[in-house]
Design a protein around this ligand. Structure first.
Ligand SMILES: [Zn+2]
Length: 165
């Protein structure tokens, strides 16, 4: 069986690609390839994960109700942070399960984050548009998005946001 591509394995191959060339940057990459490469995993719809800097960021988890993602077991998905753009069910369906199982911090617009706190999620970083926060993986800032937002139970979900890199 073929081995899955690994950013770390590819990074370890870098010295060979550069021959005898040496540089401070290449030495840093050799020591901590996880800090310089990221792995992207697409889970369907608007859900994906980015592994970078030793952390896993999961965006808008909608997996268990998605018939196109039925082969994915949501119980196997890791996350250190779950970033949520708005409250619609097709973006928040698996947030509570994954957050409670992994202890991940949920980063969301204020009303959405408050709703998750009411659902028992322990680690929530609620934010407002234009605000930024320094997190373990880097800086996160919510930007404006043109859409709507309400929670699956009809609660007010505030404004949707963008989560630019
Ligand atoms: Zn939506």
């Amino acid at each position: 069986m073929a081995r899955a591509p690994s950013p770390a394995r590819e990074a370890r191959a870098l010295p060979n690609q550069f021959g005898d060339f040496k540089s401070p940057l290449l030495e840093k990459i050799r020591r901590r390839p996880d800090l310089f490469f990221m792995k992207f995993t697409y889970y369907g719809h608007a859900c994906f994960a980015v592994q970078a800097g030793g952390k896993t960021l999961l965006f808008d988890p909608f997996i268990s109700p998605n018939p196109l993602a039925k082969k994915i077991d949501v119980k196997n998905i890791a996350a250190d942070f779950i970033l949520v753009s708005h409250g619609h069910g097709d973006h928040v369906a698996d947030v509570v399960e994954i957050a409670n199982r992994t202890g991940a911090t949920v980063i969301a617009p204020f009303e959405v984050g408050t709703w998750f706190e009411g659902k028992g999620v322990k680690n929530v970083q609620s934010m407002n548009h234009g605000g930024a926060a320094k997190m373990e993986f880097g800086r996160v800032k919510l930007t404006s998005a043109i859409h709507s937002s309400s929670m699956p139970d009809g609660s007010y979900g505030g404004n949707p946001c963008g989560l630019p890199p």
